[in-house]
Design a protein around this ligand. Structure first.
Ligand code: EGV
Length: 389
């Protein structure tokens, strides 16, 4: 079968496009117009009543954003969000929090700043493929850091000696694995010893309380050079209105503010006020409701698929808004293509394994930030494809 570059597949809709050779985001584009898009990790479920109330107040938020000093709004916004997620020691008072349009933009800024002093970076494996692509895009050489090694104990000294930074997504996408406080303490210590920058991507931490201990307390106590990328983008169904925050240690020594200034002046104060209001709503019970919502959708996926021979749930303890399944001896791309015939879109996992895609080619990722009805229809369709009905 031919391998079709994804852009051609999008534009030509060829009959024989079941083998798509694109990155994960390009596969996600193909799903954007489907009612059964369980592909990307963005939040697409209905607004809760509390969130809907915020939307009803948008004209008032707009008027507030017009008249108030942006610095004040920005501080209130990150204060509400960081405290919501337990990050009480974050350095909000001294200009070390840069608001970006998205976490990917924050990563791009970090990468461009890092490459001014380093030529290599260690990156957790697997993880979402736009991270290795962004890091490689500025010319960095990547060294894989296997999840089991990262969580198992000290990071090998040879690895730390060979890179300028180490990049860890926690909770990880798609596995949901969370770096424990104990492991972060030790990792930060090791980074301090080796003069290596520790970069954390915490975009999914809102879903898992295990990722909500005060990371900044640990990082600041370690004395290591660090950056953290926080994200509001995965939590709330806000039509891509979101903020990626790039936070840094006082001693980071990278030209982050300069590169930031090359790329943007600032994020909309309207979006900042939305984030503040959504954080307050989340603190007032919304976050607990969101955890319940994701857990219910995860249980629905598992119930609909539990009796499919050879199928296993790979991340039994995951709390993040995606769920991986292993298909036994079936190819994820074959199943993806068969589901596409039903207008149902999941995400094949090969590309998460950026250093060895074959490790992921029998797994699919199911997005859970969707209406329960579409999760139900999509996983029933998956079941019937796998059962050969
Ligand atoms: C996920 C896609 C890019 C990314 C989707 C994602 N965006 N490439 N900037 O946001 O898990 O589906 O993270």
């Amino acid at each position: 079968m031919n391998v079709v570059p994804v852009n051609e597949a999008v534009s030509t809709e060829t009959a024989d496009d079941s083998r798509i050779d694109g990155n994960l985001t390009q596969l996600e584009y193909l799903a954007l117009n489907s009612d059964f898009n369980l592909s990307d990790g963005h939040a697409r479920q209905e607004l809760t009543p509390g969130q809907g109330k915020m939307v009803g107040e948008l004209p008032r938020l707009w008027a507030e954003a017009v008249v108030r000093p942006v610095e004040e709004i920005e501080r209130e916004s990150h204060r509400a969000f960081f405290h919501l997620l337990g990050q009480h020691s974050y350095p909000g008072a001294d200009g070390r929090v840069l608001a970006c349009y998205s976490s990917s933009v924050a990563m791009e800024i970090f990468a461009r700043a890092l490459v001014t002093e380093a030529d290599a970076i260690a990156l957790v494996h697997p993880t979402f493929d736009n991270i290795p692509d962004i890091l490689r895009g500025v010319g960095l050489r990547l060294v894989p850091l296997e999840e089991d090694v990262l969580h198992g104990g000290d990071v090998p000294a040879e690895l730390l000696g060979s890179v300028g930074a180490i990049f860890v997504t926690t909770p990880n996408n798609p596995t949901g694995r969370v770096l424990s406080r104990e492991r972060l303490v030790r990792l930060a210590e090791q980074c301090a010893e080796h003069g290596v920058v520790l970069a954390l991507d915490t975009c999914f931490r809102g879903f898992d309380e295990a990722g909500q201990y005060d990371h900044y307390e640990v990082l600041e106590a370690s004395g290591c050079r660090w950056v953290v990328i926080e994200d509001t983008g995965k939590l709330w169904p806000t039509l891509e209105l979101k903020i990626g925050w790039l936070v840094r240690s006082a001693n980071v020594g990278l030209p982050l503010a300069k590169v930031y200034s090359d790329i943007l002046l600032g994020v909309s104060p309207l979006v900042m006020l939305m984030v503040k209001r959504l954080s307050e709503d989340a603190a007032d019970g919304g976050l607990r409701d969101l955890h319940e919502f994701i857990a219910t959708n995860r249980a629905l996926v598992r119930a609909n698929l539990h009796d499919v021979p050879g199928l296993t749930f790979v991340d039994p303890d995951s709390r993040v808004s995606v769920e991986r399944i292993h298909l036994g001896d079936r190819s994820a791309m074959d199943v993806w293509a068969a589901l596409r015939e039903h207008n149902v879109y999941l995400l094949p996992c090969g590309r998460f394994h950026w250093a060895d895609p074959s490790e992921g080619d029998r797994m699919l990722r199911i997005a859970l930030s969707r209406s329960p009805a579409s999760v139900d229809v999509a996983t029933r369709a998956l079941r019937s494809v796998l059962m050969g009905d």
